[in-house]
Design a protein around this ligand. Sequence first.
Ligand code: SAH
Length: 333
Amino acid sequence: MKLSELEDFLLSNNEKKFRATQIIDWLYVKRVNSFSEMTNLSKELISKLNDNFYFDKLEIIKKQEDKDVSKFLFKLSDNNLIEAVLMNHDYGNSLCVSSQVGCNMGCKFCESGRLKKIRNLETSEMVEQILMIEKEIGKRISHVVVMGIGEPFDNFDNLVSFIEIINLQKGINLGSRHITVSTCGIVPKIYEFSKLPYQVNLAISLHSAFDDKRSKIMPINKVYPLKDVIDAVKKYFSVTGRRITFEYILLEGINNSIEDAKELCKLVKGLNCYINLIPYNEGSSMGFKRPKNDEIMKFYDIIKKEGINVTVRREFGSNISAACGQLRSKKEE
Ligand code: SAH
C-alpha cells in the first residue's frame, strides 16, 4: 500500500493518520516481520492490522553466483517462480527486478517471453524482491532497474505504486534517479509515465530503426510503430526535461549492419538521448547470434562519430543465465 492508501485505511478505521508513517517505519526502516512487534501502536490497531493485512514473504529457493552478479529464484505464494539479478558496480549495487510472471510481448530474442504472461506481480511482490535480497546480503541496494521478467508498462498501476513506495523518504528511500524502468514501447503508457511526479529514468528497447525489421523481432511494433514511439519520446522530454535511454540489442546479421547504424543515428538525431548497445546474450534455441567484438565496435564507432552518446552495456552473468533476456519464469521447479 502506498502511504496515502494506508492513511485512508487508518482514517476509515477510526485511527489517526500519522500512524501510517509509524507503520511504514516499522516495515521499511526497522523491517519487522509481524504487526505485534510494532510497539508504539495500540493493541486495537495491531489487531485491526492483523485482521486486514498479512506478511506475504517471497521465498528465495535458489541463489546462483558468478563474478559480480547473483541471481535469485523466488517462489511466490501461488508457487509461480520469478527471478531477480543483483549486480555489483563500482558506484554501488543494482537490482534488476521482475514485474510479471511470464510476458506477452513476444520479442523473438528474449527468453522471458517463452512463457506467456501468467499474471502481473503485485506491488508487494516487487517491493519484496528488494527487501528479501537486502536481508540476504546484509547490504542496501543503491539502484533498481525494472528490467527483469515482464513488461513493466503492461503492469502500469502496480509499477507506479512500487516506485512511490520504494522512493518514499521515510521508507526505503531509493532516490528516483536511481530507479530505471525499461519498456518495449507501449506508447500510451510512455505519455502517462511522463506525467508522473517522479524523476525516474526511462529506457526504451528500440532494437531497429527500420519498422519492418523491428516488427519482425518485436511484435509490439505492429501496434506502436517507430514514429509513434519517437513522438512519445519527444513529448516525454518536453514534459520532464529528462534524457531517455534507447537500448539496442546487437543481433549478428539482423540489425548490426552499417545501414542499421546509420538509420539509427538518423532516427535519434537531435533527441536528448543516449544509446545503450546490448550485444545479444545467447539463449537456449532462439537462433540468433552475437556479433564478434570488432563488429560491435564498428557499430559503436558509427554512432559515436555522429556525436551521439553511446555505450556498450557491460555484460553480467551470462554464465548463470542472468544476463539481459535470459531470465525465465517457470511454473514450478
Ligand atoms: N520488457 C521490458 C523489460 C526487459 S528489459 C523491455 O522490453 O524493455 C531487458 C532488456 O534486455 C530489453 O532491452 C530487452 O530487449 C533486452 N534483451 C532481451 N533479450 C535479450 C538477449 N537475449 N540479449 C540481450 N538483450 C536482451
